[in-house]
Structure formats: C-alpha cells, structure tokens
Design a protein around this ligand. Structure first.
Ligand SMILES: [Zn+2]
Length: 338
C-alpha cells in the first residue's frame, strides 16, 4: 500500500472526534477544520510517496500480509528430497500457493491506464471486481461518481445507471468533462445488503487519512485493523491517487442532505443541493466518530495539487425516478460548471 503513515500518529489522530451523526456519514465538513485540528505529521509525510507509479507495476496478486501462517507440509517435504537426490538442488519453493481458506488474496491494480474506457480497480474480499468506467471527453474536467460505499445504501446505483445511459446515448453534455463512474466500491456489502464489506469493516471509516480504530467486528462503524486495511479501500485509494479528479461524489443514504463547506467546495455543494432540492445541513446530529472517511481522505489527498471538491451526498431513503433524473442532471451541471 502506498502511504501508510505511522500507527502511533494515526492512533492519535484517530482519537479525534469530528462532529456529529450516528451511523450516517459526515465527510468531516470543510477542509479547514480538519486541517487545523490534525497533527501535521501524518499528512505532511505523505506527498513524497505521491507518484502513483511507485506501486507495483502490472496487476500483481498479492497475499495480504496476514496470510503467512499456513505454511503446511510443502517446504518440509522438499528438504528431504534435496538430501536424497544429489542432482536436484533447489526444490525449496517458498509458499507460492496461498491457502484459500484464510483471507483471500486481493489484487493491487498498480499503475492504471486512465485512457482505457474501463478499469478493474481491484477485487473485493469475496473476489468481486470493483470497476471504473470512463465516459465523455478524455482530458476534460475529471469527475468521479461512486454509487455505493455502504452496501445497504445503494440508490446511487440508479443515478450511475442514468448517467451511463445518457453518456452512451449522447444526451449528456460531456464535451468538456471526463466522467468516471464506479457503480459500487463495496460490491460484497451490496450483494449482502449490509453497510460494511464482507469482513464487516465500514469502508467509510477505513480510509488512510486520520484513520482511527473504531469498534470491533460486529460494530456498525468498525474501522478495520488499520488504515486502508481493506482491498476495496486500497483499490479506491490507488485509483483516486492516479485519477486526481476535480470533483468526486460519494452517495449515501438516508440523511437527505448535503453538508455545507467553504470556498469552491462550498459553492459546488450548494449548487448541487439547489439543483436537487436537498437541504444544506450538518450531518446528522448524533455523536458519531468520523475518522477514515473517504471524502475527507480524498480532499486531503487532492488538495496537495488542486482545489478539488470531493463530497458526500446523503440521499433520502428511496428515490423516485424524478429524483434520480434530478441527481443525474445535477452531476452533469456541476461537472460542466466546475
Ligand atoms: Zn453511508
């Protein structure tokens, strides 16, 4: 994984409680509070690792570091053969085959070809592909839309489908826009209709900026064993680090709002809210812990070289066809306006 900061610093940062809301999501509101409140070390160390090509080159299947233990019989038997036969020198192959029983291997996509019309960013815990598709005009303003991060909040899929249909049908104004769609970055959770991934990690608490330990397996906001411990998170981190979108939207449900912000970020959010009729309001009045949030990570990552706008849209509990159309329109409008 690129950019894992020191556990001690992360734990410290993770202790930060960033405002309100039960199991819903706050994207840690504007960039400013997050920036001021944070200890500088984890973030400032990061830019050195910036260049994405540093990650593995071709799609390499890597075993998660945890899958060492089942070094079964294989290596031991080979030692015996070496002593008996004089000619066979090296039979001692390290555990090349990964036991499928424990945590399955995941694919680190490495360097991505962003000119391709479709990319597999990585695989979920259960082996489902996380796919990004490109529409519009290569070289235009890069806009990324993620339909699902919490598996049981998946009405964003309908918006993605509509955007795809309009893009393919030529009815979307994409002359100046390079539109990237990720229908789901949590396909396992979506299949099971649960919030978390298949390891019961809340992916929107697992991103590697300001990560902090939350709960344990079984808790709705369990943050995983470490920053970006989950393959789904890793796939998106790798993708966004390379894509560096100008605007990125994560759909959630069902707080029915857009969180306010300042500057360009605030302006684009307000425009989106105006176009869709969603209120601009703070999320969500509870006492949640907001560490490891995807949009906050993206803002921190992208602010290094741009004034990008990554934000959360909290949809209502369900969407009418008119609302789906209105959200697709809003995405296209802010994409064009910037
Ligand atoms: Zn959510």
């Amino acid at each position: 994984m690129p950019r894992i900061t020191t556990p001690a610093a992360l734990l410290l940062a993770g202790a930060m409680v960033l405002a309100a809301c039960g199991t819903s999501d706050a994207d840690a509101v504007p960039a400013t509070p997050a920036a001021t409140a944070l200890p500088p070390s984890p973030t400032t160390a990061a830019p050195t690792t910036l260049a994405p090509p540093t990650t593995l080159a071709p799609p390499t299947t890597v075993a998660p570091p945890t899958t060492a233990p089942p070094t079964t019989a294989a290596p031991t038997t080979s030692t015996t053969t070496t002593t008996t036969s004089t000619t066979t020198t090296t039979t001692t192959t390290p555990p090349t085959t990964i036991p499928p029983t424990t945590t399955p291997p995941f694919t680190i996509a490495g360097l991505l070809d962003l000119a391709a019309p479709q990319l597999t960013l990585g695989l979920s815990i259960e082996g489902r592909p996380i796919v990004a598709e490109r529409h519009g005009t290569l070289g235009g303003r890069r806009v990324l839309v993620i339909g699902v991060i919490h598996g049981n909040e998946d009405d964003g899929v309908a918006i993605i489908e509509q955007l795809r249909a309009r893009a393919i049908g030529g009815t979307a104004p994409l002359e100046t826009v390079e539109l990237w769609l990720v229908e789901s970055m949590n396909p396992d959770g979506q299949a099971a209709q649960i919030r978390q991934n298949a390891r019961q990690v809340d992916l929107n608490r697992n991103f590697p900026h300001n990560w902090g330990p939350i709960g344990m397996v079984g808790d709705s906001q369990y943050a995983g064993t470490g920053p970006a411990s989950e393959p789904e998170t890793q796939a998106m981190v790798n993708f966004i680090e390379q894509l560096r979108p100008d605007i990125a939207i994560w759909y959630h449900q069902d707080a029915n709002l857009v969180i306010p912000s300042t500057g360009r970020d605030g302006r684009v959010r307000a425009r989106y809210a105006e176009l869709t009729g969603l209120p601009i309001a703070d999320c969500c009045g509870g006492g949640g812990i907001y560490t490891g949030i995807a949009a906050t990570w993206a803002r921190n990552e992208l602010k290094q070289d741009s004034d990008a706008v990554p934000f959360i849209v909290e949809l209502p509990g369900s969407l009418t066809p008119e609302q789906v159309a209105s959200h697709a329109d809003a995405v296209l409008t802010i994409s064009v306006e910037g």
